[in-house]
Unconditional design. Structure first.
Length: 288
């Protein structure tokens, strides 16, 4: 990453800022062990996640037939060692609750699909052991907004592209950028991370890219009271160890059903070829 970045025009930014925040940026992005996706035994993870989900949810459903159909496809990057010629997979779930990434990770684990590396908000770094657990699972932490920080964007952009080209696991991020407080999709979507992923394909660094939209809906979200307060103008409490301990009390309540639907995979290669054909078939409009 350093070699690619500092040989570009951003070297002057590094000199100007004396590299003070560069180490911290890499600490946020880099997992502790990229070759190990599971921090503890599979039985422990499965039983723990199932206990949590079963505690506050009356039932859960997922389109298991579609998952089983695409299981071989989703596992293909792990079968071959030729990463550049293997399809890269990106999960794009809706974002309604902090439980979204837990549910998706649990489903992937239960169906023997490689666990995705999650792009988590930097706020979670204040949760201590939970932050370490997420990092051991392959998560990396990013700022919620860094459009004006050119150095940070450069490191982030190169990290995402390196993961897609040479990584062993799928990628997951919330294209809405934040939880929806109204249970409706937040528009316009955040395009920065998706743009970095698509650039890998259009620069022919990978031969294909597979986008899998995932819809996660709840009968009642865990943070419904917090969402109501925020809509009334009450500031959102910061993520901290104390708030994590307090939130454990909600596990005693029932929040109804969860519905998870996996959309048909979007193959960027096929979509782009179709787009080119449509453009070629369009009659040229001429002004007289």
């Amino acid at each position: 990453i350093f070699a690619k970045i500092f040989n570009q025009v951003y070297e002057n930014i590094y000199i100007e800022r004396n590299g003070i925040d560069n180490i911290y940026h890499l600490y946020c992005l880099t997992p502790i062990n990229s070759s190990t996706n599971i921090p503890s035994s599979p039985i422990t993870i499965s039983s723990t996640l199932f206990a949590i989900l079963n505690t506050f949810s009356r039932s859960s459903s997922s389109s298991s037939s579609s998952i089983n159909t695409d299981r071989n496809l989703l596992s293909s990057p792990l079968i071959t060692k030729h990463y550049i010629t293997s399809p890269r997979i990106i999960y794009l779930p809706t974002h309604r609750s902090y439980m979204d990434f837990i549910i998706l990770t649990y489903l992937c684990f239960e169906y023997n699909i490689p666990l995705p590396c999650i792009a988590a908000a930097q706020d979670f770094l204040g949760l201590g052991l939970l932050a370490n657990l997420l990092r051991h699972c392959g998560a990396f932490f990013i700022r919620r907004s860094f459009r004006t920080d050119l150095l940070y964007w450069t490191i982030f952009d190169e990290y995402v592209k390196t993961h897609l080209i040479h990584g062993d696991y799928p990628l997951e991020f919330f294209i809405e950028g934040a939880r929806s407080r109204t249970l409706k999709t937040l528009l316009p979507v955040r395009q920065g991370m998706l743009k970095s992923c698509l650039e890998c394909y259009f620069r022919r660094q990978i031969d294909n890219l597979i986008l899998i939209p995932v819809s996660i809906n709840y009968e009642k979200v865990l943070e419904d009271n917090l969402h109501a307060n925020e809509l009334l103008g009450i500031p959102k409490p910061k993520e901290s160890k104390s708030s994590l301990v307090k939130s454990l009390q909600i596990l005693k309540k029932s929040f109804g059903s969860m519905i998870v639907k996996f959309s048909q995979p979007i193959h960027v290669h096929d979509a782009y070829e179709l787009f080119k054909k449509q453009q070629e078939n369009k009659p040229n409009s001429m002004l007289f």
